[in-house]
Design a protein around this ligand. Structure first.
Ligand code: FES
Length: 529
């Protein structure tokens, strides 16, 4: 089911940044909405974003006596926390071998330590507050199917050991396909991400914290010893701001250049036989596939993910088709019950960026570049930013410093690749097809077209009503592309996403796409047809 087709009784279920509902969204219950206006709009810390990073940071800081307000442009779990596959691992997409190579062995050990602490923090929060979120410890298995993958897996294994991470080579991995080599990581975990953040939110509120939904922070400016955050007419006076928005919003920041947006695809499926995997399973392909099981209301689901591509590139519908076909090769799929996609940011040098937001006033923090490890690195980010605000320092502030410039080689290559991308998508505005009539656009679909000399992003709904937009992204001027699976306009440069009416769903853009007057378009179209 997609969000538009929900029965009226389910309208209070959490929403997310696209047409497709996640399994979590369908089963989170209705009490994730918790707007409670604060008595005063003055606080110690304003946290922007109510996903796992924001709510964990807010709870940690509130516990330390900081008076926090969380604002979300939509609602808790609306973004990637609502679309994750919720794996909790002691290893990351950036392997310890890569961290050793790009930084140092010491950096790799520190990275492993930060991750281990985040796993411990999640478990501690779940047990301390008895959060009912289906938390379960699991073994994780990574397997390799050919010689090249086996070599990379060996590097992963050896570097994990050097970093102090518990792992072992095994010959009995529960891989769904024949494999050459496999390693086991004990004490990984999984949970229901929206139930988890609902638990965080409940504790945060009980400690006097406040969450304000549907409130977009337009700007933050320094005013004496305070920062003034504006949302329309409203002003929130705060000593610190934590951007937990996945990528910092607003004008071009160096972090937009150091992270590339990707879409990841997920399905939940029932199987014809009870061969649901017990552990968390990962192959070593690029991009890799991953599988796990989750039980909701007594029904087991296989959760399978993969076929990622850069946002605004690739074909989302093809990615879903490929993922379903691949999963069916691995497991006896009976029915695909749910499919959804989600966004993540790949950092240029492999490590997340957490700390003071470059180019802004003191007291403004941000975190991004979690790769596909948002649950653990979002929690790491919350811990680091909480320490920076509360104690003024963190053991990991240097490792994750957003202003770091090393390693130059990787960074230069990354910048060049992304500059090429941006250039191509700006240049592409000159190669858009001429449209004769809006009827060329299939129902409930969108297309980039040229119409009477004007470049347009046109969506035509099921009844034939047309929404025409200027396709120039409000962040930095790239041309958006249509995502026919999520029914969104996605920007290929830094990942901003817009709905059919041009409203912002995902930053860094803050302003909606410009609307092009429809009557003109309709009249011109009628004349031609
Ligand atoms: Fe940066 Fe669109 S997100 S130009």
């Amino acid at each position: 089911m997609n969000q538009e087709n929900r029965p009226e009784t389910d309208k209070n279920l959490p929403r997310r940044d696209g047409r497709n509902e996640s399994l979590w969204q369908q089963s989170a219950g209705t009490d994730l909405h918790t707007t409670q206006q604060p008595e005063t709009d003055t606080c110690d810390v304003l946290v922007v974003g109510a996903g796992i990073t924001g709510l964990t940071a807010a709870l940690l800081m509130q516990r330390e006596g900081k008076k926090c307000i969380v604002c979300d442009a939509f609602q808790a779990g609306y973004g990637t926390t609502g679309g994750t596959t919720a794996h909790i691992n002691t290893f990351a997409d950036t392997t310890y071998a890569e961290v050793e190579q790009k930084f140092s062995e010491e950096a790799s050990r520190q990275f492993a330590e930060a991750i281990a602490r985040s796993v411990g923090t999640i478990h501690n929060l779940v047990t301390t507050y008895s959060i009912d979120c289906d938390f379960e410890w699991k073994d994780g298995y990574v397997y390799a199917e050919d010689e090249q993958e086996t070599k990379e897996l060996q590097d992963l294994y050896e570097s994990a050991l050097r970093a102090g991470v518990e792992t072992e080579q095994v010959a009995d991995a529960p891989a769904p396909l024949p494999y050459q080599a496999a390693v086991r990581f004990p004490k990984q975990a999984q949970f229901h991400p929206l139930k988890y953040i609902r638990g965080l939110q409940k504790e945060f509120l009980s400690l006097g914290g406040r969450v304000i939904e549907n409130t977009l922070i337009d700007s933050v400016e320094k005013d004496g010893e305070y920062l003034i955050a504006k949302s329309g007419e409203r002003e929130i006076k705060t000593k610190a701001v934590v951007y937990a928005t996945h990528i910092p919003p607003g004008g071009i920041n160096v972090l937009h250049m150091r992270n590339a947006p990707y879409r990841s695809y997920v399905i939940a499926a029932t199987l014809k036989e009870d061969v649901y995997p017990e552990g968390l399973i990962y192959d070593s392909q690029d991009p890799y596939h991953y599988f796990r099981t989750h039980v909701i209301d007594g029904q087991k689901y296989l959760i399978s993910g993969g076929h990622d591509h850069k946002t605004g590139h690739g074909d989302p519908e093809q990615s879903f088709a490929d993922l379903i076909a691949y999963t069916s090769k691995c497991y006896p799929v009976d029915q695909v019950t749910t499919q959804w996609s989600s966004q993540y940011y790949v950092p240029s040098d492999g490590l997340p960026y957490i700390g003071h937001l470059p180019g802004t006033s003191d007291g403004i923090y941000a975190a991004t570049g979690y790769n596909g490890n948002g649950m653990i690195l979002g929690t790491v980010a919350a811990m680091v930013m909480s320490d920076l605000v509360v104690k003024g320092s963190s053991p990991y502030e240097k490792l994750f410093n957003p202003a770091r410039v090393k390693p130059m080689g990787a960074f230069t290559e990354f910048i060049k690749e992304n500059a090429d991308v941006a250039g191509r998508f700006i240049a592409d505005r000159f190669g858009i097809e001429e449209m004769e009539s809006v009827k060329e656009i299939p129902a409930d679909s969108g297309k980039l077209v040229e119409f009477q000399g004007q470049k347009l992003a046109v969506y035509r709904d099921k009844t034939g009503t047309v929404e025409a937009l200027n396709p120039v992204c409000k962040h930095a001027g790239c041309i958006v592309n249509w995502n026919n699976s999520e029914k969104t306009w996605d920007c290929p440069c830094h990942g901003a996403r817009y709905d059919q009416k041009g409203n912002v769903l995902t930053g860094p853009a803050r302003e909606k796409l410009d609307r092009v007057a429809f009557p003109d378009l309709e009249a011109a179209s009628a004349q031609k047809s």
